[in-house]
Every structure is written in C-alpha cells, then in structure tokens.
Write a protein that binds this ligand. Structure first.
Ligand SMILES: [Zn+2]
Length: 441
C-alpha cells in the first residue's frame, strides 16, 4: 500500500481495509475547555464559535482539504525508508563558484535535524544549489518534499526536478492536480497538501517561503512542521526574507547563508521611479509620450494592482500600440496555464498581470513596468520579486524596471535600497563581472 506511506488521513479518505493497515489513529479534534485543537493542521479555535447546527465542532482553518469534525479520526501510516542507492544528478549548467560553495553548505545542513534558510537573490540559481543535498537524502532511500505556497512555483520546478533526477519517482500534488500520491520518493506539492502527511519527509524544501498565503496562515506553517520526519530537516528558500525570518536570523534561531549575486555575474536591475500624477485617469485617456517611448521597443510584463483594472488597461494599451500582441493573465483566468505556456514561448509583447506572476515564472528578454507601484498590494517583498523577473537568463542578463506611481511609498524606497545594497555587497565580494560596454543605438 505505497499510497499510504507517511500519510495522515481522515476515515472518509480511506477504505475499511486500509484502516487496518494504519500504525495508529488519533482524534482529529481535541476539546480543551472552550478551545478546540485540530490535529491535522495544528490550529486551535473557539469551540463555541465553530459548530455545525447539530452541535459538532469543526476546524475552520483546514477546510479547503475537507472538513475535520469532532468525532473524526485521523489514521497515521508509517514511512518505509527504501534501499541505499546511487542517485545521479544532472545539472542544466555547471555551478558557479558561489553556487558550489552554497551547495556544499546545503549538503552539510540537510544531514542534521532542524531548520535553515538559504537567502539567494532573484535569478541566483538557488534551485540548483539544493540538488546535491537533495541527492544525499534520496540516496539513503528517504523521502523529500519540495513545496511552495504557490502552484505556479510547483509547476515550474517539477519538470526541472524530473530532468535533474531522472531515476527518482516523482509526483506533483495540488488542488487541481490530476496526479495522485503513490508513495513516490520525491513529492512536489503546495503547502496545503502537506496537511495530509505525517512525519513523512527527511527533507522538506519550502521554496519561496515568504509567499502568500504561507506567511499569513499559521496553520500552513504548523502543517509543514508536522509533515517532517522526527530527525528531518526543513530548508527554507527565499529571495526576499520577511521580518519574521530576519528576526529569527538575528536571534540565531535559523542557520543561514546568503548569495548576493546572480549566476551570470550581472547586477540586479535597479528600478526607476516614474511619476505620473493620477496615473489611472491619465493612462486611460492618452498615453504619456515618455511612457510610449519607453514601451515602443522590447517586451514588457506589466503589473496592475487590481484585476478590474487589468482588462481595461490591456485594451487601452492594445489601442495605443496596434502592432503589439497583448494578453492579460489573472488568478482565476480559465486559460491561465495555457497562457503561461505561450508566454514562455515568447508569444506576447505586452503581458498584463496581477501579482500572480511576481515569482515562479522565468521569461527571457523581458522588461517590467508596475502601474501604481504605490498601491498597498505592492509590498517591499513583492516589488523586489517583480523587479527580479528581469535579466534572469545568460543571454539577456540585464533590462529595465519602471515603477509608475503618484506618490513614493516606504515599500518602494525600501525595495530599491535593498536591491542596491545587495548589488553593492556582490560588488565588494568580487562576484560581479566587469560591466559590458553599452551598445550604440
Ligand atoms: Zn485543521
């Protein structure tokens, strides 16, 4: 029964015969005075507030995976560690000296129980730095989960892992996935899916740990913790640590390493602020000449603060640039995945999107414009991630980042400052190549 290995499932999710194979079962919800405690996601909640009409309590946090109610049981299934074996790793390109240094650090960290953080700037090539550590754990026959709060990140990483670990069985799990878990040694999934695992993984890699909703949802963090094997290791990956991670680093609670330069040795693109008074109105009436000039050449990823504004802006830009191919992509777009595939093939000139494309998508030869960068949704972390979409490939290592605003915010200033600081650090460490001569236009 491979599909039960390391699982933590409700009675309703398994058959009677499968129940008999469980190593143990426990109450899904425990009531202590006026509080309920959910053993699936580790959350506590008010017992009085969260009751069905028949008086049974339920957990309001992990509802998306099916309701856990008072009286339910969770069945726990053990993990069988496989045989020791040789796990070949295929790298898409050789590691840089810095990447190799951090790869060695990861190898050494993942052998120990605990947590660590790898902070690498956008486009640093952090995924490859984890491969050797991952291979070490897989070679022992232990299980690895590579998870992210964002489906797009999972979908981007899964084929890369498949190419780099051709001998390892892998599955991809998320809310709309057609694949299911059959006891694969390598599981790529969203952080939500971890709630169905119990002490299963000797290595848990949380990619883009600072992404929504992981940062704001404590139940996901607890769920992730419960999915790690007793002596397992959790490796957090991020390009933009949040205050929470910075605090843990400062207090010495997290072992960490930083990579301040991109693998190709060019600095991070520094954003330019573009002031446009009342930008919403102005843009929908007449395209300002300066902006029109900027946008006339090149391909642009254009970020909008709200979905309702997306279509409108796309229409207006399409009218202003009749020869350009324009597309818009948003979270509940029924054609979202098809469009992202087309994007990677270089199909469009102007891509209008919300923050769903802030990370996880790597496009070649792309530049970035943020409309209304002073809106609340554009936090420091989001702005750094967005700027990080530019210049990621070796063939196109530089590019433009414009933030159109009508009033500079603290987030904008902090984001720009952090990018400049990281570039300065990389320069001081001698990690940047000499700047190329600008080509004559
Ligand atoms: Zn729960």
């Amino acid at each position: 029964m491979k599909q039960l290995q390391g699982r933590k499932l409700l009675a309703a999710e398994i058959t009677e015969a499968e129940k008999a194979l469980a190593a143990g079962k426990k109450k899904a919800l425990v009531q202590v005075l006026d509080k309920g405690y959910c053993q699936r996601c580790g959350s506590s909640f008010s017992w009085e507030l969260f009751q069905l009409p028949d008086g049974r309590g339920y957990c309001p946090y992990c509802l998306t995976l099916g309701r856990v109610m008072a009286g339910d049981f969770l069945y726990l299934f053990p993990v069988h560690t496989g045989e020791n074996k040789n796990v070949p790793v295929h790298y898409p390109h050789p590691l840089s000296t810095e990447q190799a240094r951090l790869s060695a650090w990861v190898v050494q960290r993942v052998q120990k129980a605990g947590d660590s953080l790898l902070w690498a700037v956008t486009g640093a090539g952090k995924t490859e730095m984890v491969f050797q550590g991952l291979a070490e754990v897989l070679a022992k026959g232990q299980k690895v989960a590579w998870v992210s709060p964002r489906v797009d990140v999972c979908l981007e990483i899964a084929p890369r892992l498949k190419r780099s670990f051709p001998t390892i069985q892998q599955t991809v799990l998320h809310g709309k996935s057609s694949e299911s878990y059959q006891g694969e040694q390598l599981v790529v999934c969203t952080t939500h899916q971890l709630l169905r695992f119990h002490e299963a993984f000797h290595l848990l890699v949380i990619d883009e740990v600072d992404a929504f909703p992981f940062t704001s949802e404590i139940f996901l963090q607890q769920g992730a913790h419960l999915a790690v094997a007793k002596k397992g290791h959790t490796l957090l990956l991020t390009a933009t640590p949040t205050t929470r991670e910075f605090t843990a680093l400062r207090q010495g609670k997290l072992s960490y390493e930083v990579l301040t330069s991109r693998f190709h040795g060019q600095p991070l693109p520094v954003p330019q602020f573009l002031w446009l008074n009342n930008w919403r109105q102005k843009l929908l009436q007449k395209m300002p000449t300066r902006l029109k000039k900027i946008l006339a050449t090149q391909r642009w990823l254009i970020f909008c603060p709200e979905i309702r504004w997306l279509q409108q802006a796309a229409k207006f830009f399409a009218a202003a640039f009749p020869t350009k191919k324009v597309v818009s992509i948003y979270a509940n777009d029924p054609q979202r995945h098809e469009k992202v595939v087309a994007l990677r093939l270089g199909e469009y000139d102007f891509i209008f999107t919300t923050t769903i494309l802030e990370r996880g998508v790597t496009l070649e030869n792309i530049h970035v414009l943020v409309l209304g960068s002073n809106q609340k949704i554009f936090t420091k972390e989001v702005l750094i991630q967005i700027a990080g979409r530019v210049g990621r490939s070796k063939d196109y290592p530089t590019g433009f980042v414009y933030w159109v605003h009508d009033g500079v915010t603290r987030s904008m200033v902090q984001a720009k400052r952090e990018i400049q600081q990281l570039n300065r650090l990389a320069q001081e460490k001698g990690l940047l190549l000499a700047p190329k001569e600008e080509e004559e236009k």
